[in-house]
Design a protein around this ligand. Structure first.
Ligand SMILES: C[S@@+](CC[C@H](N)C(=O)[O-])C[C@H]1O[C@@H](n2cnc3c(N)ncnc32)[C@H](O)[C@@H]1O
Length: 404
């Protein structure tokens, strides 16, 4: 059969190996045709388009390990995903200033009571350091069409893992023993360890094998940054972490209450949370819930007041919001909100504060990892806003000075 037209079949080969033609299993036997895949795509038929598994088993990571990458999706989506990776692998690592990185991993994977394995700091990790950078190893579309059979999905997923150079890094991850539910090992691994992230408006399940060892805490000491450009996840310490302390991330939304988190963890991830907050006294949990509900309410109020043009009251609500977030230890999880006070302060003519929040906002989109997708445009917009503010303040921005 002829490969789908939207894949650009028949066009000249791209000089970028990261921009492949769209392939299915009708591709010929010559491996150079499959580039950048090291295995011939294997597909199952479905109503509109085949669903295939694509593997490049030779992709090295920044630290030299060759773990490879497998993608289970349609030919067109596979081409889209790789088209997003405009930077070579290793770009995620190179983008971080040296003083933020460690020469060796600052933690060890050990047994952690009540949680299976976890990452325990082996040295002091100051706030704002990179704990780990992990590249995706398996990514699979979160939803298959109804006419693809469950056994076929299982086959695609297990081929994806088995074609990798280090399939043990995936099969060795935590599992829940879900065979009675008719699930295979690879599905169990995906359900226990994958993060759902959308790229090019398509939800995928992602396996980052090192990141997968980090347990959840409702008030975690580390935050994640995902780059659509490098398909890498970077984990940053959001406060100082002492040697012997467990490094944790947050799997849930910041404003969820205890009951909501408990339900989600049990239904989606299949575990009962034993983090400090989940096992705290009812009184402490209730106080935390009250703050999280307040954060939710204040977030809505800020947006409403800003929409109404009532900037003074919007700022009052924002300041209250950050104060409650601070009390709950959630400010590092609110990075996406900095742009709001930046705009509000600009509206009321407080340029000093507008500049401060614009800089914070800019740091959120380009300081934590290589920006991707919409963030590339946001960086440009924020830089423009910053220079406008600085011009208005009668100052020459540092960047302009350096460029002279
Ligand atoms: C992504 S894995 C984390 C690493 C895992 N503990 C391991 O042994 O590889 C997710 C699993 O870790 C465990 N886990 C993570 N956070 C937890 C928490 N706060 N309380 C209890 N178990 C947790 C659960 O079994 C969950 O299904």
């Amino acid at each position: 059969s002829t490969p789908p037209e939207q894949c650009g079949w028949g066009l000249p080969r791209s000089p970028l190996q990261y921009l492949p033609l769209c392939l299915d299993d009708t591709a010929g036997p010559d491996p150079s045709i499959w580039a950048p895949w090291t295995h011939k795509p294997f597909c199952v038929e479905a109503h509109e388009t085949p669903w295939c598994v694509y593997t490049n088993a030779a992709v090295p990571r920044a630290n030299g390990k060759r773990r490879g990458i497998s993608i289970v999706t349609t030919p067109a989506l596979a081409a889209d995903v790789l088209d997003l990776t405009r930077h070579p692998l290793g770009a995620a690592f190179d983008a971080i200033p040296p003083e933020k990185k460690f020469d060796a991993l600052p933690y060890e994977v050990r047994d952690v009571p009540g949680k299976g394995k976890g990452a325990v700091a082996t040295r002091k990790i100051e706030k704002g350091r990179v704990v780990l950078i992990d590249h995706v190893m398996v990514l699979a579309t979160a939803e298959f069409p109804a006419d693809v059979m469950h056994e076929e999905v299982q086959d695609l997923l297990s081929r994806g893992v088995e074609q990798l150079s280090e399939s043990g890094s995936v099969y060795g991850l935590a599992q829940k023993g879900r065979e009675e539910q008719g699930l295979t090992e690879v599905e169990d691994v995906l359900l226990t360890n994958s993060f759902e992230i959308a790229v090019a408006d398509q939800p995928y399940m992602w396996i980052f094998p090192d990141l997968s060892r980090l347990n959840h805490a409702c008030s975690s000491n580390a935050i994640m940054h995902f780059s659509e450009t490098t398909l890498a996840m970077t984990v940053w310490s959001s406060r100082d972490i002492e040697p012997g302390e467990e490094i944790t991330i947050t799997y849930s939304d910041a404003d969820m209450t205890y009951a909501e988190r408990k339900k989600t963890f049990s239904e989606v991830w299949g575990f009962d949370c034993t983090c400090n907050l989940c096992t705290a006294s009812e009184e402490r949990r209730n106080a935390s819930d009250a703050r999280r509900l307040k954060i939710h309410m204040l977030r809505e109020r800020v947006l409403k007041r800003a929409k109404e043009g009532d900037f003074k009251r919007a700022i009052k609500a924002t300041e209250e919001l950050f104060q409650v977030a601070d009390e709950e230890g959630l400010t590092p999880h609110m990075g996406d909100l900095y742009e709001i006070p930046a705009r509000l302060y600009y509206q009321i003519g407080d340029l000093e504060k507008a500049r401060e929040y614009t800089k914070r906002s800019l740091y959120q989109v380009e300081g934590l990892g290589v920006p991707g997708g919409k963030d590339i445009e946001r960086v440009e917009v924020l830089k423009g806003v910053l220079s406008r503010i600085e011009n208005e303040m009668g100052e020459v921005s540092e960047g302009a000075e350096e460029n002279k």
